[in-house]
Ligand binder design. Structure first.
Ligand code: GAP
Length: 504
C-alpha cells in the first residue's frame, strides 16, 4: 500500500488536495481541496446524503450554523471536557498529544488513559521529547475548542466557539425538526458540515486536521425499543471483521474475527439490533463506493475508553498504512444530550409517542459519525494502483464518484474540431475532459491517474462511420460505438446498468 506521505504528494500533483497557504509556509492541520478533490469530495457527500437521507423516509436532514450560542457547548460538556492530554517538552516546549505519542512509541492503546497513567508510562519507559530528547513536564489537559468573539466587543461575554462536531445542532433544533416534519419514532436527523478542533498534533495528511467535515446521524428511538429494528434483515448475513472489547481486554493476538452480524447479535457481542444494523450499513456504503471490504473492521470501545455518556461505542476502523485507525465513530448516546439541553435551556424537548400514548425523551441508539476527509482518504487508498505493466498509477474510482467521467481525445490535430463536437454533445450530461496534447498513450495514462473511467478516441474513420472508440480504464479493453448512442451507453455504464463487456 502507498504511504500516507506519498498519497499527499500524489494528491497535490494531480490537483486533489493542497496544503493550505503553502506560499506562506503552510498551516498545520488545514488543507485545500483542488479542482479534482472538490468534485470527488462532493460526490462522496452526495452519495452519503442520498443513501442516508433522500432514499429513506425515516431520516431528515438539516444544515445548522457553525457558530451557535455558547451555552450549547456548556450543556454538551465540550467547554469543560473536550480535551486531550498534552505532553510538553521541558526544554524546547514542543507539545504533543500524549495518547497518540504513546501508541506510536509503545504500540499500546492509550486512548482514555488518565493523567496519572500517562505520567507513569512516560516515566517507566523513559520517554523523551522526539525533537530535542529532553524530559517532558507532567502531562496537562488541553481543550480542543476553537474560540472566537461575536460582535464588535471583544470580552468574556462575546466568546463563542466554532463547532467541534455537527451533532449538537441536531439536539438543539430537535423539537422544531420533529414538529415541522411530523416525525414519529424511530427516526434520524442527519447533517453534513464543517467541524473544527484545535488538535495538538495534526498529522497523517487528511486523517487528523484542525478543520474538517463530518457526516453525522442522530438516530432516535423509544428507550424500550432498542431491539425493534425493522431493517435488521437487510444486514443479518453481512460479514465484517469484529474486534470486541473482550478480545482487547484479554489481549488476544488477533486483528478481529470475521463474523456475520446475526452471530455477533446472538452471542451478545453487539448489544442492540440497531447498533448492528448501522455498523453493517456503514460498511456496506464504503463497499458500494469501491472500497475493499477486508480493509475494514468494527472495534468496540473498552470500558476505560468509552465516553461517560455512552452505553456502548463501536468504531468502524480502516487499515491505514499507519495502522488500524478510527474511520467512523458510533456511540449509543442514550438520552444524555437531550437531557443536558432540557436541563440547561429549561425547555421541554420530550415528544408524545402516539403508539405508546406517552411523553418520552427519545434515546440516540446509534450515532453514525463519519469524517468526510477520512472517507475521501480511504477511498483513495483503496482505489490507488501502481500498474507496473502500464507504467502509471491507475485510480480505480467507482464511475459514480469519479471526478471526471469521460475523456475525449482526437487522434490527430486535424480532428480537433470534429471531436470537440463530441465533447460538446457530452459535457452537459457528464463532467468531461478534452485532451489534445501528447501521444494517445500519454493521454490514457493521465486519464488513468485521475480515475477517468471511460476515454473516447476520435479517429479518421470517425468522420466516415460516425463512430468512436470507448476505452475502459480498468482493463484497457476497447469497443467501437455509434456517436448517436454514446450518451445512452455512457449513462448506463456510469450507473452500472450495463457492463463494459456487454457493449457491442
Ligand atoms: N459527534 C460525535 C463525534 O464527533 P468523533 O469520534 O469525535 O465523534 C467522528 O468524530 C468522526 O469525525 C471521526 O470518526 C472522524 O472520521 C472524524 N474526525 C474527528 N476528528 C477529526 C480530525 N481532527 N480530522 C479529521 N477527521 C476527524
Amino acid at each position: 500500500m502507498v504511504t500516507v506521505e506519498d498519497m499527499a504528494i500524489f494528491c497535490k500533483k494531480k490537483g486533489f488536495v493542497y496544503q493550505n497557504s503553502e506560499i506562506y509556509g503552510g498551516m498545520a492541520g488545514f488543507f485545500d481541496y483542488g479542482p479534482l478533490g472538490v468534485e470527488l469530495k462532493k460526490n462522496i457527500k452526495d452519495s452519503w446524503w442520498k443513501l442516508h437521507v433522500q432514499d429513506r423516509d425515516d431520516i431528515v436532514g438539516i444544515d445548522g450554523s457553525i457558530i451557535t450560542h455558547p451555552s450549547v457547548w456548556v450543556a454538551s460538556g465540550h467547554v469543560s471536557n473536550f480535551e486531550d492530554l498534552m505532553l510538553e517538552c521541558s526544554k524546547c516546549s514542543d507539545k504533543i498529544r500524549a495518547d497518540v505519542f504513546i501508541e506510536e512509541k509503545l504500540d499500546i492503546a492509550a486512548d482514555g488513559m488518565n493523567a496519572d497513567e500517562i505520567n507513569k508510562i512516560v516515566d517507566d519507559n523513559k520517554l523523551v521529547c522526539p525533537k530535542c530528547k529532553s524530559n517532558f513536564n507532567k502531562v496537562e489537559a488541553f481543550n480542543l475548542m476553537f474560540r472566537t468573539n461575536v460582535g464588535p466587543k471583544i470580552d468574556k461575554e462575546s466568546i463563542a466557539y466554532l463547532r467541534p462536531e455537527t451533532a449538537q445542532l441536531m439536539f438543539v433544533d430537535f423539537k422544531q425538526i420533529v414538529e415541522s416534519s411530523r416525525l414519529k419514532l424511530p427516526f434520524g436527523i442527519a447533517q453534513i458540515g464543517k467541524a473544527f478542533r484545535n488538535e495538538i498534533s495534526p498529522r497523517n495528511f487528511l486523517f487528523r486536521c484542525r478543520e474538517f467535515e463530518q457526516m453525522e446521524i442522530e438516530y432516535f428511538i423509544h428507550p424500550d425499543d432498542k431491539n425493534k429494528c425493522p431493517y435488521i434483515k437487510e444486514v443479518l448475513d453481512h460479514e465484517i471483521l469484529i474486534y470486541s472489547a473482550d478480545m482487547q481486554e484479554k489481549k488476544q493476538k488477533t486483528e478481529g474475527k470475521l463474523m456475520k452480524i446475526k452471530d455477533a447479535l446472538d452471542k451478545g457481542i453487539i448489544k442492540t439490533k440497531w447498533h448492528g444494523y448501522w455498523l453493517a450499513t456503514e460498511h456496506k456504503w464504503f463497499i458500494s463506493l469501491g472500497a475493499k471490504a477486508e480493509n475494514f473492521r468494527i472495534r468496540q470501545h473498552i470500558s476505560t475508553e468509552k465516553s461517560h455518556y455512552a452505553l456502548d461505542t463501536w468504531d468502524l476502523e480502516y487499515k491505514f498504512p499507519f495502522g488500524w485507525k478510527e474511520l467512523q465513530g458510533m456511540a449509543n448516546r442514550t438520552d444524555f444530550d437531550l437531557q443536558q439541553h432540557i436541563k440547561h435551556s429549561k425547555k421541554d424537548l420530550s415528544l408524545f409517542d402516539e403508539e405508546k400514548k406517552e411523553k418520552v425523551v427519545p434515546h440516540v441508539v446509534a450515532e453514525p459519525s463519519q469524517g468526510v476527509d477520512r472517507a475521501f482518504l480511504v477511498i483513495l487508498f483503496d482505489v490507488y494502483e501502481d500498474d507496473k505493466k502500464r507504467g502509471n498509477i491507475v485510480l480505480k474510482l467507482d464511475p459514480k464518484i469519479a471526478p471526471v467521467k469521460v475523456g475525449i481525445f482526437p487522434l490527430a490535430n486535424k480532428l480537433k474540431d470534429d471531436s470537440r463536437e463530441v465533447y460538446n454533445l457530452l459535457k452537459s450530461k457528464f463532467i468531461c475532459q478534452f485532451d489534445t496534447s501528447g501521444s494517445v498513450g500519454r493521454r490514457y495514462a493521465r486519464a488513468d491517474e485521475i480515475g477517468i473511467p471511460y476515454c473516447i478516441t476520435f479517429d479518421f474513420d470517425s468522420l466516415k462511420d460516425k463512430s468512436v472508440t470507448i476505452r475502459n480504464r480498468d482493463d484497457t479493453k476497447q469497443v467501437r460505438v455509434k456517436i448517436d448512442d454514446l450518451q445512452e451507453i455512457l449513462d448506463k455504464l456510469i450507473n452500472k446498468e450495463v457492463q463494459f463487456s456487454n457493449i457491442s
